[in-house]
Structures are given as C-alpha cells and as structure tokens.
Design a protein around this ligand. Structure first.
Ligand code: SAH
Ligand code: AVI
Length: 311
C-alpha cells in the first residue's frame, strides 16, 4: 500500500525539480492547513463559500426532488458544512446514506462524527480516499455525487478530464452529479479572494513549506524564506498561488536523499484555481456523459451549481 509519506515523496520527486517547481494542492490539507482553509471560508474577501451556501439554501429542496437520491456521496468533503443543507432536505424526504470522501483523515473523521450525531436518521459512512484515484464502490440506491466549493478548479485540464471520466464511471445511468464551480469575474476580486488582508491565505500557502519540511525531513527549509503570491492568469483563466523565495534557498530532503535549491525571487507553483464560463462547463459535462439538468447561480452571478444526470 502507498503511504501518505511515500505519496508525498513521489509528488515531490515529480514536481520540485521541474521548471517551475510545483507540488499538487492536496498537500495543503494537514491538520493546520485544514483549519486555515476553514478560516478562509469565513474571510470577507473569499466569496465562494457564502455564494454557494446561498444557492444551496435556495435550491436544496429542488435538488432532493429532482434527484430522488437516497445515497449522497461527497468528494473532497472537508467539514461538509454546506452539505448540511442538502442532508436536511434529503433526510426530511426519506432515509438516506451519506458517504463523505476526503484525503484528510482527521477532518473527515471529525466531520463524520458530528454529522452522525446531528442527523440520527442518516447513515454516515466516511471513506479516506484520493479523488485522483477511481471512485470507491458506492452503496446501492439512487445516488447523488457532489463536488462542492469550486474544488474542480484546482484540477488542470487533463486532471479534470480524467476526473469527470471517473465520476461517470462511478455512477449508474439515472444517478446525478452536482458540481460547484466558481465563475470568471473581475481579476481584482479574484486576486483579493486569494490574497486576503488578514494574511490567512498566505499562511495556508506557506504551511505547505512546513508540510514539506516535516514530512520529507528537510534541512535548510524555512517557512519565513517564502512569500505568498496570488496572480490572475488571463490566458488559462485561473488564479495561481505561488511561493516566492525571499533569499537563495538551499535545502536537503533526507527522505528523498536529494538537495533542492531555489534562487532568491524564483517561484514554486502551489495551486491553480480555474474559473469557468457556464456554457463551457456544461459542454464539458455533457462531453463526459453527464447531461446538465439545471444550473443555478447566486444573484450576483459569482458562483454556480450544476446538476447533471449520468446518461
Ligand atoms: N468541499 C469543502 C472543502 C473544500 S477544501 C468546501 O466546499 O468547503 C478541499 C477539500 O478537498 C479538503 O477537505 C481536502 O482535504 C480535500 N482534498 C484535496 N485534495 C484531495 C484529493 N486529491 N482527494 C481527496 N480529497 C482531497
Ligand atoms: C478548495 N479550493 C476550492 C479552494 C479554492 O478556492 O481554490 C482552495 C483555496 N486556496 C486558496 N484559498 C482557497
């Protein structure tokens, strides 16, 4: 079995010696990173969580009615805070099973325990898994698979294509997929959402250095040597988060038995967050056998939820 450590070592070997160096965003979510993400969701500049919550407040009952689902499966579930709106709508209509799936075992267990207490009629069955792997076999019944928060934006084009293929493969015709996606808007608002004035996103980004230091047993690697950078890339239509070296970095990873250098001013790519135009997104879904049934946005048109049916 691949351990978390060996998986990080694999990702580090594949990404850190590239130009530019990079690591996949999954490594943000250790215990501290998950807590920082939770803080991000409440920041004034970070609109996606509030906008998606508004849409769910308005339309969870429609989603329960349209899908008639008895099994709710959530990928990258985190604390599943917004999912409570769906659980309320679903469990009012019928008995249901909730399968939260996340890579972060601590957060997943904590969230599953609290939800099981708060929703006694819902059977909660958490799974620690990576959404870049095939979707685990799901309980029988009419299923609704959800992927909220705009996390689809953290996947590049190739990853998104492979992800949507796995989603379709994990569902049976008639099952549904609910996708939360952030929409293209003024770059100033987008960048502010990833570079907040309280500096929480900067801490979230820089925490990756601490994860690398501790998990890869690094010497000469210090969080304070890195500066948070958030930029809008208009060609790729995505916000990018980078870590810029404040001085020449010369580290040694004992776990990898390799040296790593980053000259002052050079940057490492830590996250992309793609923003969408709705017609493109709907076309992408139907191209993967996920036929859009309904799309909702908040009043300002900042964020979207699309319900699609597995063909
Ligand atoms: N869905 C929640 C949380 C979003 S944060 C929301 O909308 O607020 C992204 C979540 O995805 C985190 O909980 C993180 O642990 C999880 N995650 C990141 N990469 C993952 C991967 N490769 N596989 C499974 N979960 C992942
Ligand atoms: C989880 N994901 C959708 C967040 C996003 O907006 O791309 C992660 C994040 N990164 C910085 N702030 C929030």
């Amino acid at each position: 079995m691949t351990t978390v450590d060996s998986r990080l070592a694999e990702d580090a070997r594949a990404g850190l010696w590239q130009n530019p160096p990079s690591l996949p965003p999954r490594w943000f979510y250790d215990e501290r990173g998950s807590r920082l993400f939770d803080e991000i969701t409440r920041l004034p500049e970070y609109y996606p969580t509030r906008r998606e919550t508004e849409i769910l407040q308005e339309h969870s009952a429609d989603i329960a009615r349209l899908t008639q689902a008895t099994t709710l499966v959530e990928l990258g579930s985190g604390m599943s805070t917004k999912t409570r709106l769906l659980l309320t709508a679903f469990s009012t209509a019928r008995d249901c099973v909730f399968v939260p799936i996340d890579i972060s075992a601590e957060v997943l267990t904590q969230a599953a325990d609290v939800i099981a207490l708060d929703y006694p009629t819902v059977r909660v069955s958490p799974i620690v898994a990576d959404f870049h792997e095939p979707i685990p076999e799901l309980p029988a019944g009419r299923r609704l698979l959800i992927f909220l928060g705009g996390t689809i934006g953290n996947l590049d084009h190739g990853e998104r294509d492979a992800f949507l293929r796995r989603v379709r493969a994990g569902l049976t015709p008639g099952d549904h997929f609910l996708l939360g996606a952030d929409l293209v808007k003024a770059p100033s608002r987008l960048v502010a959402a990833y570079d907040d004035s309280a500096g929480i996103t900067a801490e979230f980004n820089r925490n990756l250095i601490e994860v690398m230091r501790s998990e890869l047993d690094a010497e000469g690697l210090y969080v304070d040597d890195f500066q948070h950078v958030a930029r809008w890339n208009p060609i790729e239509r995505r916000v990018e988060m980078w870590l810029r070296a404040r001085r020449d970095v010369a580290a040694h990873f004992r776990v990898l038995n390799r040296d790593w250098t980053l000259p002052a001013g050079a940057e490492m790519l830590t996250e992309i967050s793609v923003k969408f135009h709705l017609p493109d997104l709907r076309r992408e879904l139907s191209g993967h056998g996920l036929e859009p049934v309904r799309t909702w946005t908040d009043q300002g048109g900042d964020f979207s939820l699309t319900l699609a049916r597995a063909a």
